[in-house]
Design a protein around this ligand. Structure first.
Ligand code: SAM
Length: 278
């Protein structure tokens, strides 16, 4: 029934390419068609949607995305995998005109010829947070998505204030979108089997919280607050405001208790503090 890749096809492709998956590039390929369909379903893709996929690898998720979307743009750093992808897609009877493969580092992408509506990716783990935040910043057309990341990273992305997982990735992610836990993924669906757990995060972009200039200032405050997360805000922000007395005054003007810690503040509150920066 399935026209997707299973364990046997993944092995065959890896043998054909003489591929030795590397940890450096986070190369753990999904060998289970049901997992791919589940991920795609969670993203609520419409037949008119252009999907962006980062790190398509051998194409497990790409084929599932092509079943439901209008087009897929796939960005893959490993040229052997990027070259093989259209061949795999054609072999599965899919029109390759619906697929654009860019052989590129996702961290270096600054523009795309088409505007993606949705992001779906089993992200390379070592760059998952910066890739996600960059894409949310660069491509406002992306309205929602589902990403697979290391479980610990997923916990951080969806954390609530006042928890130990709550930090810079959470607050920065919240600048752009509502992030929700969308389920754990068994290690057994990957080849090779990773030594960390994985989980899915769904995001839905919300209305902009502020202008780009405000965002830049807010992210600066967030960076300072979480660089010294055990400190009270007046001392965590002292360098940024030129001393703890001016930091204290700025926090009071922003309506924030100067003795609070960053992990208790929402992104909107970070925005209020940032407005005090000249
Ligand atoms: N999507 C495939 C799957 O689910 O089977 C592969 C996912 S694997 C976890 C991550 C993929 O991202 C690999 O194919 C790897 O080569 C690619 N990759 C790693 N770093 C990258 C980067 N900076 N930019 C683009 N692709 C990258």
């Amino acid at each position: 029934m399935s026209n997707l890749l299973g364990a046997t096809q993944i092995r065959e492709l890896a043998t054909k390419l003489d591929l030795k998956p590397t940890k450096k590039l986070g190369q753990n390929f999904v060998v289970d068609a049901n997992t791919c369909r589940k991920i795609v379903k969670l993203a609520d893709i419409k037949s008119s949607d252009i999907a962006l996929e980062i790190g398509p690898g051998l194409g497990s998720l790409t084929l599932a995305l092509l079943e439901v979307s209008k087009e897929v743009i796939a960005i893959e750093i490993d040229s052997r995998l990027a070259q093989q992808l259209p061949i795999t897609v054609a072999t599965h009877g899919v029109d390759t005109k619906r697929l654009t493969v860019l052989t590129q580092d996702a961290m270096q992408v600054t523009r795309l010829d088409k505007e993606p509506d949705v992001l779906v990716a089993n992200l390379p783990y070592n760059v998952s947070v910066p890739v996600l935040l960059n894409l949310l910043e660069l491509f406002p057309s992306i309205k929602r998505g589902v990403v697979m990341v290391q479980s610990e990273v997923a916990e951080r992305l969806v954390a609530k204030a006042d928890s130990k997982e709550y930090g810079s990735p959470t607050v920065k992610g919240n600048w752009w979108a509502d992030l929700t836990w969308a389920g754990g993924v068994s290690r057994s669906v990957f080849w090779p089997v990773p030594n960390v757990d994985s989980a899915l995060v769904r995001f839905d972009r919300h209305a902009p919280i502020g202008s780009e200039a405000q965002r830049i200032k807010t992210f600066k405050v967030i960076d300072h607050a979480f660089a010294k997360r055990r400190k009270m805000m007046r001392s965590a922000l002292s360098e940024l405001f030129g001393g703890s007395a001016p930091a204290q005054e700025a926090l009071i003007r922003a309506g924030i208790d100067p003795t609070i810690r960053g992990e208790a503040l929402t992104v909107e509150q970070f925005g209020q503090i940032a407005q005090q920066l000249s």
